[in-house]
Design a protein around this ligand. Structure first.
Ligand SMILES: [Mn+2]
Length: 206
């Protein structure tokens, strides 16, 4: 499961696969272009794996697509409401607009922004994750954060099927597609679905 594209100044790519031996994958990556260089990136992990997890993930993906204009908190709540008849999901949403990322998660889909600093080192920021299950147990407060995203910065969203120090060997100069594929190959655990979504800020839109 691979895809790639452009979203304003972001070059994005996905790499994923189901639980080895299964056909249905309960992990989804969603990228929505809202126009004018803005949009939404999300990774959804339907609880567990297999067909029932895929049903929850598909419904969440549809809800996000159908309500793309809503603010982040409203979008997450709408996902919760539409997933009540399913087994639920972990979801992390990242909205990109005007050189900034606003993000929030419920459950354990991790999102990080890797930025290269002037002295050649890296700074890594992570999205706030509220504990709960979308569709089943909604957090009392959805933690949200907004931070700047500059040219060269890399956004990485992974389901919990990706384990270990998956950012360690990431070369920020590589295309988003290569980075996503390498993380999947190196860090997908054999006992779950796995999904990686990467987006690299390429600077001015051409
Ligand atoms: Mn999982």
């Amino acid at each position: 499961m691979r895809d790639r594209g452009r979203l304003g100044p972001l070059e994005w790519a996905t790499a994923g696969r189901p639980f080895p031996g299964e056909e249905a994958c309960g992990d989804r990556a969603v990228v929505i272009d809202s126009g004018a260089g803005t949009g939404l990136l999300a990774v959804i992990d339907g609880l567990g794996h297999g067909p029932a997890a895929a049903v929850a993930a598909d419904l969440a993906a549809e809800t996000i697509a159908d309500n793309r204009g809503e603010p982040l908190a409203a979008l997450m709540l709408l996902c919760h409401q539409s997933l009540t008849e399913t087994r639920g999901a972990a979801i992390t949403l990242a909205a990109y607009a005007d050189g900034a990322v606003q993000w929030a998660g419920v459950g354990n889909v991790t999102a990080t922004l890797v930025a290269s600093t002037a002295n050649g080192s890296r700074s890594v920021s992570s999205a706030p994750l509220s504990s709960g299950v979308v569709g089943y147990l909604y957090p009392q407060t959805l933690q949200q954060m907004t931070l700047p995203m500059h040219t060269g910065d890399l956004l990485v969203l992974v389901s919990d099927g990706i384990v270990g120090d998956y950012l360690d060997q990431v070369d920020l100069a590589k295309p988003a597609e290569v980075i996503a594929a390498e993380i999947l190959r190196r860090c997908a655990k054999p006992t779950d679905d796995a999904m990686v979504l990467t987006a690299r800020h390429r600077g001015a839109v051409v």
